[in-house]
Design a protein around this ligand. Structure first.
Ligand SMILES: [Zn+2]
Length: 465
């Protein structure tokens, strides 16, 4: 999978490849990006958005890498679901219930009002995510997590002051969306009860902040259940296909974020289910036991051959274990079976660059460039794909294109727009005028100037308390 928050060991490798220091701060890196999870969010989110009268193309659902159990909606119709919430929710109906509620905030325009009423709070939340992710990327995991949580708590103090009266109305809206999509609402009730009671089924310690951003009370949950029970979908259970997909991606996430010992306790070897195989694959990969990780993935692939996300994971384990040429077939098939999914294609591009570096076969750089460019044309919020292109242009001595790729990456990852401005300026001076790349360099110059201006203004106003 192409998680964009990468372990320090892999980061070190990337730094080595790039021959440069990866810029600190990371807007994109505060989000955990994963092709399988993003596709799943779309598949459960789109029907609920349509029921809410929202345009699915305008609403994004993103995964935040944090052990907190939380979810919220912000200005711009963005919904954020924390990885901690996925770990805590062991049933797809619970996630559908939470999403229905968050989309109720979006449909009600609460995020907009929230932003108008408490812009500083919104900024603190997002800014602290940036700082937190930067520290995480730098390997300072605990400090990064603390910075994130401090920012969120600061934001929540303001949020709570005027969100209480909106919660019940939002529940009612969420219940309508569930009914309209014929989705069983029992998960919404059980999960809210669980969060209110802080009774977790999983023995992994978690911070329940959902209860603070969305104050839960017995009366509120009872009122919600009263409405949900009237739907014919009440008690009918989850869609089996969605449930199976959810269980597997949740297990993958648990394997990715948890200590291997905890993962192996939650998914002992006696458990031969698909979720258990993928969870243990990450546990073994994190313990630097690639053969055991591959064995788990091969067992899962026996049941679901040609599954693009299992193949992607297999390719990742091999790639990060230094077995680049073995990784290529899995990644090529993963790209083909996922219809060229950009995050997976980005990983194939990474593998091709590694292969070119190892073998000295320069033709591999050409193939990598093509793969990476196609991926970025579909989804340009992938700093690591830009980083791979930087390597290619550096090896070719193509300084203007190297500068442009650097500017693209810094735009996504660097809190300070001046570095991107510098890189884009070098690119604009070196590229042939009027070409697509030259136009893009000009755009980044302008964008970075505007961002630098905005930051200066914010600085003058000072950090709101
Ligand atoms: Zn809410």
């Amino acid at each position: 999978m192409s998680w964009l928050r990468i372990p320090p060991a892999v980061l070190a490798l990337l730094l080595l490849i790039a021959g440069q220091i990866l810029a600190p701060a990371a807007r994109a890196q505060s989000l955990l990006r994963d092709a399988e999870t993003e596709k799943f969010f779309r598949d459960i989110g789109d029907p609920l958005m349509a029921a809410a009268g929202l345009d699915p193309r305008a609403v994004t659902i993103s995964l935040v890498g944090s052990s907190e159990i939380n979810a919220f909606a912000t200005l711009g119709q963005n919904v954020y679901v924390y990885s901690g919430l996925i770990v805590a929710a062991d049933d797809v109906l619970e996630v559908q219930g939470v999403l229905a509620h968050e989309l109720g905030h979006v449909a009600g325009g609460h995020a907009v009002r929230f932003n108008e009423g408490a812009a500083p709070a919104t900024n603190i939340t997002l800014l602290s995510l940036v700082v937190g992710a930067a520290l995480l990327a730098a390997g300072a995991g605990d400090a990064g997590m603390a910075a994130m949580m401090a920012g969120q708590q600061a934001a929540q103090g303001k949020y709570l002051a005027f969100s209480r009266e909106q919660e019940s109305r939002t529940d009612q809206a969420g219940a309508r969306f569930l009914a309209a999509t014929n989705t069983d609402g029992t998960g919404m009730v059980t999960f809210f009860k669980e969060l209110q009671g802080q009774e977790y089924r999983l023995a992994i310690p978690q911070d329940n902040s959902y209860n603070r951003t969305h104050p839960l009370s017995g009366e509120r949950i009872a009122a919600l259940q009263n409405v949900l029970e009237k739907s014919p979908a009440w008690g009918k259970g989850a869609d089996p296909g969605l449930q199976a997909r959810y269980q597997r991606l949740r297990a993958k996430l648990i394997g990715y974020v948890s200590e291997p010992a905890d993962t192996l306790k939650a998914y002992p070897m006696s458990n031969q289910s698909q979720p258990a195989h993928v969870a243990r694959a990450y546990a073994f990969h994190k313990q630097a036991l690639p053969d055991k990780a591959i064995a788990e993935l091969d067992a899962a692939l026996k049941v679901q051959p040609h599954d693009p996300y299992l193949l992607e994971m297999r390719g990742q384990v091999l790639l990060e274990s230094g077995r680049v040429d073995e990784a290529l077939p899995s990644l090529r098939e993963a790209v083909a079976k996922s219809n060229g999914e950009p995050l997976i294609a980005g990983m194939l591009g990474h593998a091709l660059v590694q292969s070119a570096e190892a073998s000295g076969d320069k033709a591999r750089f050409d193939e990598a460039e093509k793969v990476l460019r196609a991926a970025l044309a579909r989804d340009d919020e992938n700093p690591f794909a830009w980083l791979q292109l930087e390597t290619i242009y550096e090896r070719r001595g193509d300084t203007p294109r190297l500068a442009l790729a650097t500017a693209e990456r810094l735009t996504l990852t660097d809190g300070d727009p001046r570095a991107a401005l510098n890189a884009a300026t070098i690119a604009a001076e070196g590229l042939p005028q009027g070409t697509t790349d030259w136009v893009r360099a000009q755009d980044i110059v302008q964008l970075s100037r505007n961002r630098a201006e905005d930051m200066k203004k914010d600085g003058r106003r000072g950090r709101p308390g």
